[in-house]
Structures are given as C-alpha cells and as structure tokens.
Design a binder for this molecule. Sequence first.
Ligand code: FAD
Length: 371
Amino acid sequence: MEFELSAELLALGEDAREVGRRAAAKIEMPEDSWLIGNDRAFSRELAERGWIGMTWPTEHGGQGRSSLERFMVVEGLISTGAPIASSWFADRQIGPTLLQFGTEEQRRRWLPGIIAGEAQWSIGMSEPDAGSDVASIRTRAVRDGDRWIVNGQKIWTSGAADADWIYLIARTDPDAAPHQGLSEFVVAMDSPGITIEPITDATGNRHFCEVFFENVEVPDGHLVGAMNGSFRQVMRQMEHERGGIDRLVSNRALYDLIREDLGAITDPLLRQEFARAESVYTIARNMVLREVVGQAPPGWSAITKTLATEFEIEVANLCGRALGAGAMLWNRVSRNICYAPAYTLMGGTTQVLRNIVGERVLGLPREPRGS
Ligand SMILES: Cc1cc2nc3c(=O)[nH]c(=O)nc-3n(C[C@H](O)[C@H](O)[C@H](O)COP(=O)(O)OP(=O)(O)OC[C@H]3O[C@@H](n4cnc5c(N)ncnc54)[C@H](O)[C@@H]3O)c2cc1C
C-alpha cells in the first residue's frame, strides 16, 4: 500500500506554508491565528488563490478540488500561524452547512461572499447555561408573520465583534423535548437589537464575545434546514468542527520555532519528550487524514479531537520546559501556555467527547443515573 502523498500535493502544501509563513511574520504572536487572527485583507488573498471553498462544487462557486488538496493548504496555513480567522469558520463549517441543509436561494445568497473572502461569520451556539448541553439553549425565536423575533443571549462567540453574520441556534418550540425544539438561522450582525460585548481572555485577547438579542427581526427565509431540526444538523456540523487539522496544529509554529534549537537542549528527558511529540504529531495527523479521505468510522472526530487537543496542551507545556525560566516572561511560549486550556474546551470538552467515545463509538454501558 502506498502512503506517500503525491509530489503535486506536497508542492501545494509547501506553497501554502510559504504563504502562511509570510503572513505570520507580520504578527507578534501567531499561535491560534485560525481563531484569533482576523485579517480581512488576507482572506481576500486566500480567495484570490482559490483557497476558500476549495472542495465545494463549481456550480456553487467552489473550486471542486479534492479534500486532500484542501488538507494540504489548510495544514500549511494553520501550522505556520497564518491569520485565517476572518474566513475560517465559514470555510470550515458554514459553507458546508449551507451546501448540505440550505436552500438553493440561500446558497446563491451567502456562498459568494464567503468564497470571495468578503463575509465574516461567527457561530452562535453556546449560552451561559448551555455549553456542552446544547439541548438547554434558551434563546427564543418566535414566528411573527413572515419574520422571526429573536430574544436571548449567546456567549463565547468567536469573532462576533468583527463578523457580518452569526449562525444562530435558537429555540423555536418551547413545548417539544429540549433537543427537538431548536432551529438554525442566519442573522445579520448589524440587525437592530443586537449588542456585542467582547470578553477578555486569560491572555488579554478579546476575540470571543457575549452577544445579546433584543427583539431582533430575522426574515423567514433565513431559517436554515428543517424547522425544529437543528439537533441533527448540529451533530453533522460538529463533525466538520472537530476532526480537522486545526485541532492539532494551533501551536505548531511555536513548536517548530523551539525545535530549531533542539541541538542546544542537552537534557535527555526533554529530548525524549520531543521525540515522543514527533510520534504523536504523525499519529494524530494520520487520524485527521483518515477523516479527510472519508474513511473514518462514525464518531471518529471525537477521538481525533480528544487526542489532538490534549496533545496541543502538552506541546505548550513542552515548549515552556524547553525555554526554561524564559517562560516566566510574557512571550509566545507563556502566552500559549495561558491559552492552552481552551484547546480541550472549544468545540466540545474532552470529558464530553470521552462520553461520546465510550457510549456511541464503543457502545459501553451508561452509568446508571444517581450512582
Ligand atoms: C476559545 C474558545 C472559543 C469558543 N468559540 C465559540 C464560538 O465561536 N461559538 C460558540 O457557540 N461557542 C464557542 N465556545 C464555547 C464552547 O463551545 C464551550 O465552552 C464548550 O462547549 C463547553 O461549554 P461550557 O463552557 O458552557 O462548559 P460546561 O458545559 O458548563 O462544562 C463545564 C465542565 O463540566 C464538564 N461537563 C459538562 N457536561 C459533562 C458531562 N455530561 N459529562 C462529563 N463532564 C461534563 C465539562 O467537560 C467541563 O469541564 C468557545 C470556547 C472557547 C474556549
């Protein structure tokens, strides 16, 4: 069996790495830039290269290229710290969702802006009392003639302050079972009644936000997919969100920087840890690739995300140990150590994903309630 990637794919990956390195060189701390690196000009550059919507059908303005080609580009960009946050959520999640669940009219309306790198999207799922438990969402959308009226609050909405659109999950049937009364809407961020409050995280960054909705009007044509059918759609969206290379290489640029000086590290235990890290990178990348080529069994993304994001935390700490006392100063390493706990929270916490792996993938018995 031939595991090597073709020369064309490797060249494409190197091309993306070069573009990523150039863009990252302008940023002081380029780690996690798929999440916090908002740069609209760079989004337009990606669009000009045909690197947004790469695998989407050409009739919808996509490039119709293979998932492996997209993998090479995305890995090259994220692992070098390219600031792709302005286009990333739409490229990773919203576009595929519109292609799968949207109407023809919705695709015609929203995909071109994404593909052109012009429209920035955010994801309005989590609420103060509904993070892991999506079924607890309380934000309400009530139909009023040919529109919906939305009231409620979202939290941890990445990039909301810079976004043009929010992909909102709201409760549309309060009488249905909790997971059955939810629907999805596209809401313009400049709609009257929306207030956005950035939250400062442990590193001083303000990328995620609280978003408040007060009698926000949303046209009926902005409901995406089945009314009260969000739960099934969310499960599909999570597969886009969890199993990708972004979960493995958020701090790869930092790792590569520290590894450049490996010759200067004489501590054999530390050197051994770098050897282990190389192995985990290879294993986890192959797990992502399995997903990319469509050979992963159901639930695989929960396994990949758990392994990869726990490893990202290890990488941050390993870089800290390699730097030594310098990690007590404010720099890329200490910033990444402060940021690292986020890896196993966002997109589904490690504990919740382990439940999924145990119950849905391995079919283990559930712990009886109250035990
Ligand atoms: C950097 C970052 C960016 C984010 N961006 C977005 C975004 O753009 N849009 C968005 O909607 N959300 C976003 N989130 C929110 C993220 O999805 C939630 O933080 C996550 O789903 C966990 O929810 P929670 O924070 O409410 O924690 P909770 O669900 O309250 O969990 C608290 C703790 O309890 C544990 N726990 C909860 N339920 C169980 C269970 N059943 N079994 C075992 N343990 C359990 C969890 O593992 C965790 O340790 C972001 C989060 C971060 C950190």
